[in-house]
Design a protein around this ligand. Structure first.
Ligand code: B12
Ligand code: SF4
Length: 766
């Protein structure tokens, strides 16, 4: 893979002399205190500003600061007018605009398109602090405020809407967000490299429209430059030549070897012969080849063509071999450069080692930001995921190659948390990332890795080229546990258990030391049909892991449980599949709490299936196999009801469905029957929340441990619907009041007023 210029090798901008700010300023007053007359760059974001490396605005802001720029933050502005967008004045270089850590539509609406009542990224968890499609609204206001200031769009919303994409909320294919936001450039995926390059060039006086060669960017072009070779993939009957999977043992740079490899196979289709010709052509190097996708107008009108475009996009995601893509939108082309080169460990350490205050900006006072509370004692150890689950878009955003921090850098961060973060009690709540156990795991050979175009290294089975060695992770856990002042290290990120079982030593380490009573894992389903469309391993892998989990828990003398998560209504799921899943749940004594129906989020492969009824992981043609799709509200509700087979509210629906499916034999009170003959009363149903999705008999642990019962990973609500942070606040306020009262009583007693109060232990607020 081509080497990239290290992030720390750029010359610093002159404003470096101001040094790092305690917090990036959010007001003119703070700028004055820092001695700044203006900001070089202003980041506008839909989240509250938390100066912590789990928050995009902090990472990007601090990184730009480390390059010498003065960076201001406009967080959750009032979008009704341009006033808030002018409060830091005009930026010298550009506005960086992001909707926040999550797509604004996902942030504001549930999977059933109902408006959410809270927002974890806002002080007080309050909803309503950001607009729908925040990237568009913010960009527009920035332009109204300062027409000539370039807009650099980034963050997850922009990244995953970079190409013409199906939008679940409007049920239509929308333009690339770059067009609708009228931004000047879009940085997709992890944006560290691109933002530094763009900022540096703008500071040298380059024009934004001339920045067209930076990886991980999308921008508007009128024509394909003359020295580029265009591969036409605008039609379904011609994708064969670009879709051919390259033998991973052949280095694609080595065109001669590749040609030999191609010649070996029988020529089934005259189009395929062209591949050899094209690859051998001296004119056609991969870095000067662009693939023309069908235009937005075409994919909007033809769902199968949309699936084809999605397939091509997914094949061009490996930074080692991806080619540029181009897609017409009306009169102009949106051009997508290949994805960024993954950061090295040194660079990851640099990014995570910047002087974050690690707390929310003081402007929020005592208001709690739930998302911050959730991660303030947790450490992100890596980025990327090679799992490729189709409902998840991490691969499309961060890529498949794992970017690791060094053990030293992670340990330093734990020490910082221990020494600086208010309220630390000795428990690190997570050492993880997109997955818990991909740290330092990679393809055995960098050459093979950079030629590979497989969408997953672990599906349909673990690739023989994958090095599944977990020893670096085990070592990391051990070093972290050994730190003075650290009592417990929990692992809360999702575990890839089919990978974990490859290392029994790792499972033992995890189970013996890092499980706080429960371990959430996500088989997502039990049936082959949906599992294949999800690219998830069969339930056999879960059983294998469960056996190991139980064995090592027993050996450690611990009562611990697995909490499996499942998705209802995923593409590929029939009513029978859900019924079988429900029977499995009942047979295994599980009562799912809050259940998750498939959320068709922008650019995920499963979303393309949902829209087109085709699986883009296989060759897409008008005649290719259709995927079962669950679209109607009734069927989605039925699938969710199967997951909560024990809930009296779902009984009428399940009864009717079972009769319709010819499975009336499952109605009755037998142990192998799913639902009773008569609708149970709501009273007879013990709140599933209290059961916390766990097998019967395990409530002892449930009472004492704060576990994650919602698929979102958000902490569980109390049985009265309250949120844990409300409870903590209440408890804290009550404890303070009791202490105050006790102190007053003692003072009064000392002054001889009133009776001598009994000696009471002070209550320590948690
Ligand atoms: C941790 C996490 C969570 C945690 C959040 C913990 C917390 N308190 O923050 C929990 C478990 C709560 C969670 C929940 C959910 N999550 Co989540 N989550 C993630 C995860 C793994 C990491 C997010 C993170 O910390 N990123 C770190 C920051 C620094 O990265 P970043 O924001 O991408 O920033 C980079 C770039 O985007 C860019 N950038 C950022 N800002 C800016 C600004 C500018 C100007 C520029 C130029 C660039 C730029 O540069 C940054 C550095 O490279 C992501 C996957 C991922 N790896 O991103 C999914 C992810 C964000 N989650 C996702 C989803 C779907 C959900 C849920 C809806 C799941 C569900 N079905 O219920 C819920 C939603 C909860 C809610 N109500 O909001 C999706 C979002 C899809 C989308 N299109 O938005 C993701 C991408 C994963 C996926 N499954 O596809 N999640
Ligand atoms: S381990 Fe992953 S990158 Fe390497 S050949 Fe297998 S699928 Fe490709």
């Amino acid at each position: 893979m081509q080497a990239a210029k290290p992030l720390f090798d750029y010359p610093k901008y002159w404003a470096e002399c101001f040094g790092p700010a305690p917090f990036l300023p959010m007001s003119r007053e703070e700028m004055d205190q820092l001695g700044w007359d203006s900001c070089d760059i202003i980041i506008v974001t839909g989240d509250a500003y938390v100066d912590h490396p789990s928050f995009g605005m902090a990472i990007i802001g601090r990184l730009l600061e480390s390059q010498g720029f003065r960076v201001g933050i406009i967080a959750q502005p009032n979008w009704q007018s341009k006033d808030d967008f002018m409060k830091l004045g005009e930026p010298n270089l550009f506005f960086g605009v992001a909707a926040g850590i999550i797509d604004s539509m996902i942030n504001r609406y549930t999977a059933d398109k109902k408006i959410r009542s809270d927002d974890a990224y806002t002080p007080g968890g309050m909803a309503g602090k950001r607009p729908d499609r925040a990237s568009l609204v913010y960009s527009q206001r920035c332009k109204e405020a300062y027409k000539h200031v370039p807009i650099v769009l980034g963050g997850i919303e922009a990244s995953l809407r970079r190409i013409a994409h199906y939008d679940y909320w409007q049920d239509k294919v929308r333009n690339s967000i770059l067009i609708d936001a009228a931004a000047d450039i879009l940085l997709y995926g992890n944006a560290e490299r691109a933002i530094v390059e763009v900022a540096q060039r703008l500071s040298y006086g380059h024009k934004i429209e001339d920045i067209t060669d930076v990886r991980g960017t999308a921008f508007i072009r009128r024509d394909t430059p003359k020295d580029w070779y265009e591969v036409d993939s605008t039609r379904i009957d011609r994708p064969g030549k670009i879709d051919k999977i390259i033998n991973p043992y052949v280095n694609t740079q080595d065109t001669q070897a590749c040609a030999i490899e191609q010649e070996k196979g029988p020529v089934e289709d005259p189009n395929e012969a062209k591949v050899v010709q094209i690859l051998a052509s001296p004119r056609m190097t991969r870095d000067k080849t662009v693939i023309r996708l069908p235009s937005v107008e075409k994919v909007r009108g033809d769902a199968v063509l949309y699936a084809h475009a999605n397939r091509v996009l997914h094949l061009e995601t490996n930074p080692g071999n991806a080619r540029a893509l181009v897609q017409k939108h009306g009169e102009v082309d949106v051009w997508f450069n290949p994805p960024p080169i993954p950061m090295t460990t040194e660079e990851m350490d640099y990014v995570f080692g910047m002087p974050y205050a690690r707390v929310p900006h003081p402007a929020y006072g005592k208001e709690k930001i739930p998302a911050y509370d959730m991660i303030r004692f947790s450490v992100n150890i890596m980025r990327g995921c090679f799992g490729g689950c189709t409902f998840c878009s991490i691969t499309e955003h961060e890529g498949r190659i794992i970017q690791n921090r060094s053990e030293e850098s992670i340990i330093r961060e734990i020490e910082e948390i221990r020494d600086k973060v208010p309220g630390f009690t000795g428990v690190i709540s997570d050492l993880g990332g997109p997955t818990a156990n991909m740290y330092r795991i990679a393809c055995k050979s960098p050459e093979i890795e950079s030629a590979c175009r497989k969408p997953s290294c672990v599906f349909p089975g673990i690739c023989p080229n994958l090095n599944t060695d977990h020893s670096s992770l085990i070592q990391l856990y051990r070093s972290a546990r050994a730190l003075p002042g650290v009592k417990k290290i929990l692992i809360a990120s999702g575990l890839r258990y089919d990978l974990a079982v490859e290392s029994p030593e790792y499972v033992k380490e995890l189970v013996t030391h890092h499980v706080g009573g429960y371990l959430k894992i996500a088989p997502e389903h039990t049936e082959e049909g949906p599992l294949n469309q999800m690219m998830k391993p069969g339930i056999g892998s879960y059983d294998k892991f469960k056996r190991m989990f139980e064995k090592y828990s027993k050996e450690a003398g611990k009562e611990q449980y697995l909490i499996p998560y499942f998705i209802a209504a995923h593409p590929g799921t029939t009513d029978e599949d859900m019924m079988n899943l429900a029977l499995w749940l009942k047979g295994n004594g599980f009562r799912a709490d809050q259940v998750q129906a498939f959320y068709p989020s922008p650019m995920a492969t499963a979303t393309a299936m949902y829209h087109s009824g085709k699986n883009p992981l296989r060759k897409v043609t008008y005649k290719s196999d259709a995927v079962t799709i669950v679209k109607s509200e009734d069927q989605r509700r039925l699938h969710k009801a199967f997951l909560r087979y024990h809930d009296p509210k779902g009984w009428p629906m399940l009864r009717e469905a079972l009769i319709r499916m010819g499975r009336a034999d499952l109605i009755g009170s037998g142990k192998d029957q799913l639902i009773p003959s008569h609708q149970p009363t709501t009273d007879s149903y013990q709140s599933a929340r209290r059961k916390n999705s766990t097998p019967a008999g395990s409530h002892k642990v449930a009472k004492t441990t704060l576990i994650q019962t919602q698929h979102t990973g958000l902490p569980p609500r109390g049985s009265d619907g309250s949120k844990p942070w409300d409870k903590r606040e209440e408890a804290k306020a009550a404890a303070m009041a009791r202490n105050k009262q006790a102190a007053k009583e003692r003072m009064d007693a000392a002054k001889g007023k009133g009776p001598k109060p009994p000696k009471r232990k002070p209550v320590v607020p948690r």
